[in-house]
Design a protein around this ligand. Structure first.
Ligand code: SF4
Length: 108
């Protein structure tokens, strides 16, 4: 193996290592950058979001069931940790035990 091809091999190995790290670091960065959704936020209130599905007012949200929560919602993004992303509230994190009226049963 020539020194030139060895150098190219090291370049490729370095680029490959960096490519493997990017998804991890960007996910970590997203989690760090997002704040927790405030239930008093106007959109959160409109959709009846609460951090704990057991706190949903059954008089107001008759279709709600206690088994429904953000962790088993199709609109959740990621499922690691207590706080997860949500397609309805971009840039915010919702509690995995939370709920809002946009809840849809996750598939699979
Ligand atoms: S859309 Fe789903 S994941 Fe998002 S807040 Fe509502 S119940 Fe939770």
């Amino acid at each position: 193996m020539t020194s030139c091809s060895r150098r190219n091999l090291f370049k490729l190995a370095g680029a490959g290592s960096l490519a493997l790290l990017l998804p991890v670091t960007s996910r970590f960065g997203d989690a760090m950058a997002q704040e927790q959704l405030d239930p008093s936020d106007a959109q959160a209130k409109a959709l009846g979001y609460v951090h704990d599905t057991e706190q949903v007012d059954p008089a107001k949200w008759a279709s709600h069931e206690v088994s429904q929560n953000c962790a088993n919602c199709q609109l959740a993004q990621g499922n690691d940790g207590e706080w997860i992303g949500c397609a309805i509230f971009p840039g915010k994190q919702v509690n995995r035990d939370g709920w809002c009226s946009a809840w849809v049963q996750a598939q699979g």
